[in-house]
Design a protein around this ligand. Sequence first.
Ligand code: NIG
Ligand code: FE
Length: 408
Amino acid sequence: MTVLIKNIGQLATPLGSSAQRGKAQGEICLLKNAWLLMEDGVIRKIGEGEAPCIPDAKIIDGEGRLVTPGLVDAHTHLVFGGWRAHELMLKLQGVPYLEILAAGGGILSTVRATRGASQEELQDKAAAALREMLQYGTTTCECKSGYGLDLDTELKQLRAVKALNEAQPVELVSTFLGAHAVPSEFAGDRAGYIRLLTDRVIPEVAKEGLAEFCDVFCETGVFDAAEAEEILKAGLSHGLGAKIHADEINPISGSQLAGELRAVSAEHLIAAPDGGIEKMAEGGTVAVLLPATSFYLDKPFARARAMIDAGVPVAAATDFNPGSCPSLNMQMVMSLACYKYRMKPEEVLTAVTLNAAAAIGRAHRIGTLEAGKQADILIWDAPSLEHIFYRFGSDQVKTVIKKGIEVK
Ligand code: NIG
Ligand code: FE
């Protein structure tokens, strides 16, 4: 099917098929009075001025609005049982996040709920979240496991993602996060749990083709950098790309490790030290920053400007999960990245499209509006890029096109 969007007020897109870093992160393409032609879900041509006349093409009138690539949410914990609204009250009383976890709550309480849910129940719940994400403009979403912490439940979560990927429009990319916490049955035997992951679960996940990446929560009281390295290397040896939850609360060398391993991404990074940022720049690791988590946990905001200055490609994502970020709204993430990281709208756009796509190994196919790329496109209820940052808080996505098909 051929579709032509004409009368686009402003078309804003980063360019290229790999992450943009440094100054280049803010150097996007801005066209005025533009048009975009797509065919069978692929972008064919983009131009400025008078739109071509294509007989039989379906016409979408852009009505002078802003058009951008679809948003890529490169860090979510999409599949989980239950919620944890009660933790909000603990948080307001000043109980730290890691203390709730150490007392058997937090991640471990979601593990209990996820173990107790059927695959179908998990799928239905995640499907509702995906419907909402799509409304806010997310067209591709990374999903981490990590609320099973045993072979069967980790596989159940990953199978739910696989089934959902086939059942609805948001494209899903799976990450194995068995190293999200040490489950209570291994409380006295950390080494035993790590052995279970490296010798049993990772090989099984890879054999079934259920994940593309392996991630570790490298944090005080969870997994240290040496343990994270062992787990990520096991993943790499089975073809799973390395990602790492690094320096979220305490700087314990996660960002250094990410750079040294040339990990695809390091995520959170609120407390990342200069040395870690340098290593990430050297290793070509994408920093996936999660400003809505800083906001919700009332933590500092990651040093995005220092990362951009050091030549680290920066992406931004929701971290959607029941504990540290119950929001799945990428527009909220974009606003926070602009106001709190002091990133320019152009830099944020790259962070939530091309660089986010690079963080999940998809920059060759999505993340920009260019001939040959997949037609994942948003039409905004705004005349320009700066307008969507200015009018925070409203849902400003008017139309969502996934693989050439209008889905909102
Ligand atoms: O990315 N930091 C570790 N994992 C999640 C939180 C998971 C939870 O609290 O359930 C995160 O913030
Ligand atoms: Fe996370």
